[in-house]
Design a protein around this ligand. Sequence first.
Ligand code: P71
Length: 470
Amino acid sequence: MTNPTPQTMGQQFGRRSWAEPWKIKMVEPLRMVSRDERERALVEAGYNTFLLRSDDVYIDLLTDSGTSAMSDRQWAGMMIGDESYAGSRNFYHLEDAVQRRYGFRHILPTHQGRGAENLISQVAIKAGQFVPGNMYFTTTRLHQELAGGHFVDVIIDEAHDPEDLHEFKGNVDLAKLQALIDREGAEQIAYVSLAGTVNMAGGQPVSMANIRAVRELCTRHGIRLFLDATRLVENSFFIQEREAGFAERSIAEILLEFCSYADGAWMSAKKDNLVNIGGWLAVNEDDLFEELRNLVVVYEGLHTYGGLAGRDMEALAIGIDESVQDDHVRSRIGQVRYLGELLTDWGIPIVQPVGGHAIFLDARRFYPHIPQDEFPAQTVAAELYLDSGIRSMERGIASAGRNATTGDHNRPKLELTRLTIPRRVYTQAHMDVVAESVKAVYDVRESTRGLRMTYEPKYLRFFQARFERL
Ligand code: P71
């Protein structure tokens, strides 16, 4: 019997192959962990992938946050860190990069995204006000609530359906937003909180038409519009690819236009911006900035470092410029899609269309026999780790926490396990290994049982909760 002629992946999918626009000059060895070791590590971690030691992990797809590889230029930037307490030259490089690439007037560094979320929430939310947004994110909503706000989900219904093929599943439903304004009054809306792409929906984008319409509605009612810019570069890629009139415009141009409709943004620079730590907050209004610049010294540090070292700010300034390059974004999202195409071809249920930063396994369809209260997405994460040492993250009922009033579990429609791809870190061969492991776990799904929570912390429980097998 003769083997068929091998084909490259590009050929198998009927297209020319793409490749990463970089080559590797430093490597970090990975450790293969035996099945016995994995079993022991998983029990010790209470079946929670956040509690595993990274030394016990083979391919780490827990998050794309702070896990990207920096370039040689960023590392060179680390060597010219100006560690002066005040007025570091690296701060001015960072300020310039954010102004040029995102277009906002005033910039504050923060230690990471949630530092910026804390500041904007404290300054822009009055107790009892509502904060409409395109689906919750864990830390964002928590800071809004700690500031006395009530988050209201105004994303389109399609976002909650993992099988719906809407091209911009991150869009705001304008009728839902209008209804909230009509019911509560514009003065009771703190601001609109718009994220692109939408993490919890599966990395789904917002269209330019949608933000233009949201802007218009906000202006009509005198409501501010703030962006969660964490993965806005990736959002810009989808606009370039899918929205009429943008195919010939660069990702950098699209990003600038998108931001031009907002009054400000907070950023976890650990994602799009290609650094291991850092964040920033940017606003246009002078008075608002003055308040924020005062508050930053309470929580983060002086307004010219905000919790970052000079070298961190330099790496971030360089990372911002690298992050908006078309060839970089195309290969980054191309790698995510490659994994998604393999899993789709093999009939494994994932959120469609594939988003920007991760593949989200649909645990409801993966384990239809495990009820949501037995944590199907947490179970997928545990089984994947057992099979191959791959680390993923639960994004379902455990992540959604409890209703602040009733104390019952929040039961999100989306019960997902996220395989998050760090930027510039893993190769196509790693993606093959991941796909094969997901398939192995899927093949034995019928005999898999769910989990029971044995320890539940009060805040953001998913980080430290413990489980045992049922
Ligand atoms: C991710 C993270 C990191 C994370 C956060 C909470 C639980 C588990 C993992 C962080 C984000 C984010 C968006 C859209 C703000 C933050 C906070 N994501 N907005 O996806 O995705 O930023 O982590 O720098 O504080 O793994 P921060």
